[in-house]
Ligand binder design. Structure first.
Ligand code: FES
Length: 513
C-alpha cells in the first residue's frame, strides 16, 4: 500500500461494489449520465422524490475527479468570494456562499442518515499567505465572507501549528467546515441509491448522444436507448452540449497531490495559500498514523513541458514545511473553471428544458457538486431553486472582467490551434525507454512513446476534438490537449472529454533511429 504514483489514497483505501453494464433498452423518469459525486448525489435526490432513476457511468463510479480530489468540504474556496461579488454582484455571490455552506450540512446529515463511515470531520479552513503583497487580498476576503454571512476571522502574522515553518503574513479562518474520505462517502450514497428495481447504476455504459423529445432519449455506445423525461449530464466536462459551446467557457486545469508521514505532524485544520502555492489537510490512516496531503502545481492542462516537475516541486515544499519521514501516494486531478467563477447547474439549453448540466466546479467540487445536485433536484421537483440565478448555465456574463477572461482564454486557444499546425518537427527520432517524442511522419504529427519494457506506442498527436497539437504528460504518461483539456492514454483511448473520439493509432514504421 502507498508509495505509488497516479493512484490516489482514496482509491486504495476504500472498497467498491461493482454495478452491471446496461444490457437492454429501458424507460425511467430520470437518467443521470456520470457516476461522480455530482451524478450520484443528484440521482439519490431524485430517488427521494419518488422518480425512477438510472445512473449511466462510462467506466466505474468515482473513477474520475471524485477519486482524485483532496476532499475538503468547505465554503472557503481560496480568494473567491471577494472576486465573485466584484464579477457577479452581491446577490449571486450570496447565493453561491449560502448553497455551498448548506452543502456541508447536507453531506454530514446524509452520511449520518445512510450510516456511511466516511471519516467525516468538522474542522476549520484557512487561507494563508507568505507574500506580504497579498495581505490586503486576505483582508478583503475576510470582509467579503462576513458580508455574505460566513463566520470568518482575519489574522495578522498568525502562527498556526501546521505551517510553523512557513512565514505567514496573514490568514483568514472559516469555522465549522469539514473533510472526509470522498470514495467511502460516494460508495455509501451509491448503495443508498441503487435498489435493483426502480433505481439502478450501470457501469461500463457510455452515453454518446441525447435526442430531444417530450420524452428525451439517451443513446449509448452500443445503441441502447434510455427513454427519460429528465436527463442530467454530470460528466465533469459535458459530453453533450446542444451547440452551447461549453468548451469555450470551461477552462481545464491540472493539479497534483502528494501524501506523506512527517516527524512532527499537526493537529487539525485545512489550509490553502492565497498565491499559487499549496493546499494542506490531514487524513488518519487505519493503522493510526497521520497522513499529510499537500496539493499544488496548478497549471492549464497540456501547458508546460515537464509535468514531473510539479511532483518534484511539491516534494520540495513538503521538505520546507515538514520533516518528511515517508512519502506515500501521489496523484493528480483535472478541474474546470468558468469565466465568472460560478459553476453551471441547470438547463443545458433553452431548446432542451428537461436536460440539465452540472459542471465548472473549479477546484471545489465537493461542496459545489453537492450544491449543483440540490439546485437541479429542486428545479425538477418544483421548477424553482433559490440558487438558480447564480448557477444558471445560460446566464450572461455580468462584468468586463469575466468577458475579458472569456475572450483572452479563447484567443489563446485559437493561437494554439494555429501555432500547433505550423511548428516543424523532425522526420526521425531516437526515443529512449520512458521517453516521448513528436515527429513529422509524412505530414502527420505523430507522438511516439517507448515504455520501460521497450514497447513503442505511436499515435497521431492531433486532438480529435478540434485539431490542437497534443503534448505528452510525462507524469501520467498521457497525451493532453492544451485547448480544451481532452486527454488520451498511450493507445489513444479517451480519458477526458470534450473529445469523444480516440486518436488514430499508427503502426511503428522506420521513423526510429
Ligand atoms: Fe478541443 Fe483538444 S480538446 S481541440
Amino acid at each position: 500500500m502507498g508509495n505509488r504514483q497516479n493512484v490516489s489514497l482514496w482509491m486504495e483505501t476504500s472498497t467498491k461494489k461493482s454495478y452491471p453494464k446496461l444490457q437492454r433498452h429501458m424507460s425511467v423518469d430520470a437518467a443521470v449520465i456520470g457516476g461522480g459525486l455530482a451524478g450520484i448525489t443528484v440521482a439519490y435526490l431524485l430517488k427521494r422524490q419518488g422518480l425512477s432513476t438510472c445512473v449511466l457511468e462510462a467506466r466505474e463510479i468515482g473513477g474520475g475527479v471524485t477519486g482524485n480530489t483532496t476532499a475538503k468540504i468547505t465554503a472557503q474556496h481560496g480568494l473567491k468570494l471577494d472576486s465573485l461579488i466584484k464579477k457577479n454582484g452581491l446577490k449571486a455571490a450570496k447565493q453561491y456562499a449560502e448553497v455551498n455552506s448548506q452543502a456541508i450540512g447536507f453531506m454530514e446529515k446524509l452520511a449520518l442518515s445512510l450510516n456511511i463511515d466516511c471519516d467525516f470531520k468538522r474542522t476549520f479552513s484557512c487561507i494563508i499567505t507568505e507574500d506580504v503583497a497579498r495581505t490586503q487580498d486576505i483582508l478583503k476576503e475576510a470582509e467579503a465572507a462576513q458580508r455574505l454571512g460566513i463566520e470568518a476571522e482575519y489574522y495578522h502574522r498568525p502562527s498556526f501549528e501546521a505551517t510553523r515553518n512557513a512565514d505567514i503574513k496573514a490568514a483568514v479562518k472559516f469555522f465549522n467546515q469539514a473533510q472526509f474520505h470522498p470514495l467511502k462517502y460516494l460508495y455509501g450514497v451509491a448503495e443508498g441509491f441503487h435498489d435493483g428495481t426502480s433505481c439502478n447504476i450501470y457501469e461500463g455504459t457510455r452515453a454518446t448522444d441525447i435526442e430531444k423529445g417530450k420524452v428525451n432519449k439517451v443513446i449509448t455506445e452500443e445503441g441502447l436507448v434510455i427513454s427519460a423525461k429528465y436527463v442530467v449530464v454530470a460528466t465533469h466536462f459535458p459530453f453533450f452540449d446542444k451547440r452551447n459551446l461549453y468548451f469555450t467557457k470551461l477552462y481545464p486545469e491540472r493539479s497534483y497531490v502528494m501524501s506523506f508521514i512527517a516527524e512532527e505532524g499537526f493537529s487539525e485544520g485545512m489550509y490553502k495559500t492565497a498565491e499559487e502555492g499549496f493546499s494542506l489537510r490531514t487524513h488518519a490512516l487505519e493503522d493510526g498514523r497521520q497522513l499529510i496531503l499537500l496539493a499544488g502545481g496548478y497549471h492549464r492542462t497540456g501547458s508546460g513541458c515537464y509535468m514531473m516537475k510539479n511532483y518534484l516541486d511539491l516534494e520540495k515544499t513538503a521538505q520546507r514545511l515538514f520533516t518528511v519521514k515517508e512519502s506515500l501516494w501521489k496523484w493528480s486531478a483535472q478541474d474546470y473553471s468558468t469565466p465568472d467563477g460560478l459553476p453551471y447547474a441547470g438547463q443545458i439549453a433553452c431548446a432542451m428544458p428537461n436536460v440539465f448540466v452540472m459542471t465548472g466546479f473549479d477546484k471545489w467540487g465537493m461542496t459545489n457538486s453537492t450544491a449543483a445536485a440540490m439546485v437541479i433536484s429542486d428545479f425538477i421537483s418544483s421548477g424553482y431553486s433559490p440558487y438558480l440565478a447564480a448557477y444558471n448555465p445560460l446566464r450572461p456574463l455580468k462584468s468586463f472582467a469575466s468577458f475579458f477572461t472569456y475572450l483572452g482564454k479563447n484567443i489563446a486557444t485559437m493561437g494554439r490551434l494555429i501555432g500547433g499546425r505550423l511548428s516543424r518537427l523532425p522526420s526521425k527520432a531516437i526515443v529512449k525507454k520512458g521517453e516521448a517524442r513528436l515527429i513529422n511522419m509524412k505530414g502527420v504529427r505523430t507522438g511516439v512513446y517507448r515504455d520501460e519494457e521497450g514497447k513503442v506506442h505511436v499515435v497521431k498527436a492531433v486532438c480529435s476534438h478540434m485539431g490542437c497539437q497534443l503534448k505528452f504528460n510525462d507524469a501520467e504518461k498521457t497525451w493532453d490537449c492544451p485547448c480544451h483539456g481532452s486527454r488520451y492514454d498511450l493507445e489513444g483511448k479517451v480519458i477526458e472529454a470534450p473529445t469523444k473520439k480516440a486518436l488514430t493509432r499508427i503502426e511503428k514504421g522506420n521513423f526510429l533511429d
